[in-house]
Design a protein around this ligand. Structure first.
Ligand code: 6CS
Length: 301
């Protein structure tokens, strides 16, 4: 298994989700049993990961969304984007050689983690109370903003969550189970104003097909999406949206691994490489300075 590892880690297992737990692996080249380390016992959930196990396996399985610049799957199947690149670099300092990616929607990331289908989530999974109750987050690596994707010219003049509350005719697309759905719920935006979509591409389509007046998503994700859709523009960061921050999410039973990761992350944050990775993907490395998981975990929802 170790012999084949270099080859395997260059590939990605693509998960197609029919529901929170309905994961099937396509084009998978992994021999890792869910729940255990390489060659583990296959018990879903329950089986923790230690640093030693991860070092022995040579990799961690990571859930991502394929939503640049947070996460991206290259044409050759390798996993990149700001969060996986930071994860990979920090794990290297812990003598864990690489990561193996699984793409999955945001709503399935925590159920899949706790069911042992992957070992860590590094996808820009923004911290909030319910998520922090369910996983052991590292300290944050990214602090970013939310925006609306709107038709060019912003005909309905949507720039804040309050604008949505003030006009009951407005319909806003959000990813099912995504942080943005939580923003609307917390603000008590009626369900009839929410258009749930399965992925970012569908959110853009909802706006172009006029099923929604805006698509609420992180600013930088929208900036990436509009590169291939000139009919949509991105608003300035939303002033009345909560602070979004993310880091790696581990299982609660893997708190020891999370603690070791946090130590390595604290050192890595002092390096130029940390800044370079975030800047390469368009994030401001200074935005995370002084921000803690404890603070971000107070976000409602
Ligand atoms: O944490 C989330 O749920 C959100 N994170 C990102 C990077 N994009 C959309 C998603 O809803």
């Amino acid at each position: 298994m170790v012999r084949n590892h270099a080859k395997r880690m260059r590939r990605i297992a693509t998960a197609v989700i029919g529901g929170a737990f309905a994961v099937s692996l396509l084009a998978s080249c992994t021999t890792t049993a869910p729940g255990g380390g390489g060659g583990g016992d296959g018990a879903a959930g329950g089986v923790g990961k230690t640093v030693e196990q991860a070092q022995k396996d040579g990799y961690l399985r990571v859930a991502i969304a394929n939503e640049p610049p947070y996460t991206q799957v290259n044409t050759d199947g390798t996993v990149t984007g700001a969060e996986p690149d930071i994860l990979r670099a920090v794990l290297k300092t812990m003598k864990v050689d690489d990561i193996e990616g699984v793409t999955t929607p945001y709503e399935s990331m925590i159920p899949g983690l706790n069911a042992g289908r992957w070992d860590v989530v590094a996808a820009g999974l923004f911290m909030k109370q319910s998520r922090c109750d369910a996983v052991a987050y590292s300290e944050p690596v990214i602090v970013s903003t939310e925006s609306f994707g709107v038709p060019v010219g912003n005909p309905k003049n949507i720039t804040t969550v309050q604008d949505v509350l003030d006009n009951p005719d407005l319909k806003i697309a959000v990813l099912t189970g995504g942080f943005e759905e939580g923003i609307l719920k917390t603000a008590k935006v009626p369900q009839g104003q929410q258009v749930l979509v399965k992925d970012a591409r569908s959110g853009m389509e909802a706006v172009t097909a006029k099923r929604a007046d805006a698509f609420l998503l992180p600013t930088l994700s929208l900036n990436d999406l509009v590169k291939s859709d000139a009919s949509i523009e991105v608003t300035e960061p939303i002033e009345d949206a909560p602070k979004t921050g993310s880091g790696a999410a581990f299982r609660k039973e893997d708190t020891e691994l999370r603690d070791e990761y946090n130590k390595a992350l604290a050192e890595f944050k002092k390096t130029d490489e940390f800044r370079e990775i975030l800047e390469k993907w368009g994030f401001d490395p200074d935005a995370v300075e002084g921000v803690t998981a404890e603070e971000l975990c107070k976000n409602e929802g």
